[in-house]
Design a protein around this ligand. Structure first.
Ligand code: PHE
Length: 452
């Protein structure tokens, strides 16, 4: 059990704030045309993310086991369909897939700590920063090395049990991360590209919105809030009974969003001021940020601190990715926690090698369409499994559990708010997600028929 609701907020925020905010959000915003994407994403967080996070927390707190066993217990208790267990299984699988590539990208951040520390980027040009990143990606050995370091660190923490280490780490790193983002923001404001960067993020161009970008925005909302795979449900199981779910969830979502927007506002001005491309993909953060630090006084120092914090942010998220599987395996087989942790780690590490190779030896090998191994795992887990898991979680909260249970968890017994909650979680959120999931299929069909 977390010692207070404040610790729950910290742990859940530690899970939510990660590479999704600082690395992924800016680069997919860049790839999807900027402003329109940001607004879609904000819409998804408010309309779908917050209610589904509330559902996950309340289910976890009601069941008080790992997600799989929580759902099982609630099914038994309330005689609902055994089909709901799929929520737990799919979530566990999604956790494995996401962690496999998450560790690779987090490894990039570790690599950059060293690069900044040894002064490689002092006074660097945009071209140098681009080349440095490309040559790193071309080298599978270096990538595997850093991926391994990250995995070992994660499994080490997870195996020892998380409460103490995690709590202290988060207490320090969250405020520091915010301060450093403000420093970078300050640099962005004075870099000469701020207006352009701001415009790029906040001016809405309808023509750049496709069914695909709506799906990506929805996937990102799930990913960045750690929803749809049971991580928040597993954490909810340790939440004190007297804490308000609504208040804590809104706090977490706001915090997470503030970090993502701040990262975007720090990165895009630097992109424009240096004549870089906003749409350059996964390397965006790894090119612009070292570039900016390379030009600041004490940049090497700030740079080291920055990438260290990114790595911390990644580790607190990675821990939560393993928690549903770990808690389940420990409960079910009465296994030692460290054994389970090592096994989970090895599986994710092996899968991660595929991601490493997707950037070099397999960069021209496509699993489907234009998706490399890494692209495929990322797409399926983030854009399909998480949203689908979210729909099932919403429907389970709405129709698999009695209203009285949900009402007492949320402190909403009757009246207009209880009704509003029911409409949002039982209809608006799942239907919105389903439309978004199905729309790209229509697009493909229309194109196939020559009507698109
Ligand atoms: N929310 C984390 C991030 O933004 C990633 C994550 C996804 C963590 C799903 C747990 C579960 O980086």
């Amino acid at each position: 059990m977390w010692s207070s609701s404040w610790i729950f907020v910290l742990a859940a925020a530690g899970s939510a704030v990660g590479l999704g905010n600082i690395w992924k959000f800016p680069y997919i915003t860049g790839e999807n045309g900027g402003g329109a994407f940001v607004l879609l994403y904000l819409g998804c967080v408010t309309l779908v993310g917050i209610p589904i996070m509330m559902a996950e927390v309340l289910i976890g707190r009601e069941g008080r086991y790992s997600p799989i066993n929580t759902v099982r217990a609630l099914i038994q208790q309330h005689k609902s369909s055994s089909m709901w267990v799929i929520i737990g299984w799919m979530g566990m699988l999604a956790g494995f897939l996401i962690l496999s590539y998450y560790a690779v990208i987090a490894g990039w951040a570790l690599h950059y700590i060293v690069q900044l520390a040894n002064g490689s980027f002092d006074g660097a040009t945009a071209e140098f920063a681009n080349d440095a990143f490309d040559s790193f990606l071309a080298d599978p050995w270096r990538m595997v090395f850093w991926q391994t370091v990250f995995m070992v660190a994660t499994i080490f923490i997870v195996a020892r049990g998380v409460t103490k280490g995690l709590e202290t780490a988060i207490r320090w790193f969250m405020p520091m991360l915010l301060i450093l983002l403000v420093v970078l923001l300050g640099y962005g404001v004075t870099s000469g590209g701020f207006e352009q960067g701001f415009d790029f993020m906040f001016s809405f161009h309808w023509e750049s919105v496709t069914a695909e970008s709506v799906l990506i925005a929805m996937g990102q909302a799930f990913f960045t809030l750690s929803l749809g795979m049971g991580a928040i449900m597993a954490y909810g199981a340790y939440m004190p009974s007297n804490a308000s779910i609504t208040k804590t969830v809104v706090t977490i979502a706001v915090l997470d969003t503030v970090v993502a927007i701040a990262a975007g506002l720090a990165i895009f001005p630097i992109v424009f001021a240096n004549g870089l491309e906003p749409s350059q993909g996964p390397g965006l953060m790894f090119v612009t940020i070292p570039l900016a630090f390379g030009q600041m006084p004490l940049g090497a120092l700030f740079g080291v601190v920055f990438f260290t914090l990114v790595s911390f942010a990644a580790i607190t998220s990675a821990i939560s990715l393993t928690e549903p599987a770990l808690a389940y395996l420990v409960e079910e087989y009465n296994a030692k926690r460290w054994r389970v942790a090592v096994s989970v780690g090895v599986i994710c590490w092996v899968l991660g090698i595929g991601t490493v190779l997707s950037f070099n030896l397999w960069s021209e090998t496509y699993v489907v369409g234009e998706l490399t191994f890494c692209g495929f795992i990322d797409y399926v887990s983030q854009n399909i499994m998480l949203p689908l898991g979210g729909v099932l979680i919403a429907l389970f909260a709405a129709y698999g559990l009695p209203n009285t249970v949900v009402g007492s968890q949320l402190g909403l017994r009757e009246g207009p708010f209880a009704l509003l909650w029911k409409v949002v979680i039982g209809f608006i959120a799942p239907v919105a997600v389903l439309i978004v999931l199905i729309a790209p299929i229509f697009d493909v069909v229309l194109e196939f028929l020559g009507l698109g």
